[in-house]
Write a protein of this length. Structure first.
Length: 253
């Protein structure tokens, strides 16, 4: 798609400051919510009538007037997609499903982790609904067509067994990668969380083989923390960058 057709809102939500990304095609209004795990009332209010706190970062309209000036009258949520199933990313998915009656996409290797979302949240003191069950599966290297939006899916296990990164390709600007907790600015996701299948060597392999080949100017939207890009992380990330011990070891083998 073209850069001026891509609308992204980033919401930093919940006590764990997780990034929920709302992706819209400004030509059609087709909208996909990525990692809608918390503060769903806030997300719904902004999508439907630009009310409430709004996003923490946006590449798109900020009012009905600016949206209509782009030729769009309203957004239509057509699917939910998750990078992985830790409760901060997936705990309030049931509320979004109740509101929009759409399909929810998750990699099947995170199905068990998802079944524990309510219990995991309780351990942190959060009250969450009965965990949702994904009705659609993500697969490695799949092209996911949702309405007029197209996403490339990369299975990147290591933080969780079913962790995925989700890319939107842009013809005349940088691509955008929704990385979940696989890759952060200057860091990577934890590999010591229970019931997750965390493995640092596997995580490093995922990043090195799946993410470092992407365009260097690809904008990375991590599950926590600030935006970054592939070029910066590939060259400077101390855990998995080209100067890290694991990268050097990987290329010896």
């Amino acid at each position: 798609m073209l850069n001026n057709e891509l609308w992204i809102d980033s919401f930093i939500v919940g006590a764990l400051a997780m990034r929920c990304s709302v992706v819209t095609d400004l030509k059609t209004g087709d909208t996909v919510i990525i990692d809608g795990g918390s503060e769903t009332d806030r997300i719904i209010s902004w999508i439907e009538d630009f009310s409430g706190q709004g996003p923490d970062w946006s590449k798109g309209p900020s009012s009905f007037e600016s949206m209509k000036s782009s030729g769009l009258s309203k957004r239509k949520v057509i699917a939910l997609v998750n990078t992985h199933a830790h409760f901060d990313h997936s705990g309030e998915i049931p509320y979004l499903l109740d509101r929009y009656h759409v399909s929810w996409y998750l990699h099947p290797e995170d199905d068990y982790l998802q079944s524990l979302a309510q219990i995991s949240g309780q351990r942190w003191g959060f009250s969450l609904p009965t965990p949702a069950i994904a009705d659609k599966q993500l697969e490695d290297n799949m092209t996911l067509n949702l309405g007029s939006l197209t996403f490339e899916i990369y299975h990147t296990p290591g933080h969780t067994l079913g962790g995925c990164c989700i890319e939107v390709k842009v013809e005349d600007g940088p691509n955008h990668l929704f990385a979940g907790d696989t890759l952060f600015a200057g860091s990577v996701g934890r590999t010591d969380l229970p019931h997750s299948g965390g493995d640092f060597n596997l995580l490093a392999k995922s990043v090195i083989t799946k993410l470092w080949p992407l365009d260097l100017d690809t904008v990375v939207h991590p599950g926590h923390g600030p935006l970054t890009d592939i070029g910066v992380e590939k060259s400077t990330n101390p855990f998995v960058g080209v100067n890290s011990p694991i990268y050097v070891e990987f290329h010896k083998s």
